[in-house]
Design a binder for this molecule. Structure first.
Ligand code: 5GP
Ligand code: ZN
Length: 113
């Protein structure tokens, strides 16, 4: 998926405000933040969404979750709290079909409808 937006961001062909990167994941600020902290955490490998995850991604899935926790701590939102969301397919409201977790915080977020 060489023309996928988040693949291109991961390859730095499109600029973004990267806050964390390692061999498996990249995390960057959402271009249209809904809260003071709004970071997208994405695997470098192209997977469409959570529905694409298989047994072979067990380590990657755990890595994404633990990195989200670490980034929340670094961003200073861990004590007050935050939300980690991954939208999946049409009813989930997914717009970019490259797996990503939204790390959102820095203000009270309320409950889901
Ligand atoms: P989704 O609706 O697929 O869960 O979320 C996609 C997110 O990607 C949206 O929050 C949107 O603001 C963000 N986004 C879309 N295009 C870009 C971009 O070019 N750069 C960055 N940093 N974020 C983007
Ligand atoms: Zn991709």
């Amino acid at each position: 998926m060489s023309d996928c937006l988040f693949c291109r961001i991961a390859r730095k062909e499109i600029s973004s405000a990267i806050v964390y990167e390692d061999e498996l994941v990249v995390a960057f600020r959402d271009i249209n933040p809904v809260a003071p902290v709004h970071i997208l955490i994405v695997p470098k490998v192209h997977l469409e969404n959570i529905a694409d995850l298989g047994e072979e991604h067990r380590e990657l899935a755990g890595h994404l979750l633990l990195k989200a926790r670490e980034i929340a701590e670094k961003e200073g939102i861990s004590d007050s709290g935050y939300r980690l969301v991954s939208n999946c397919r049409k009813d989930g409201g997914q717009e970019i079909y490259h797996l990503h977790f939204h790390l959102i915080g820095g203000r009270p977020l309320g409950k889901f409808a």
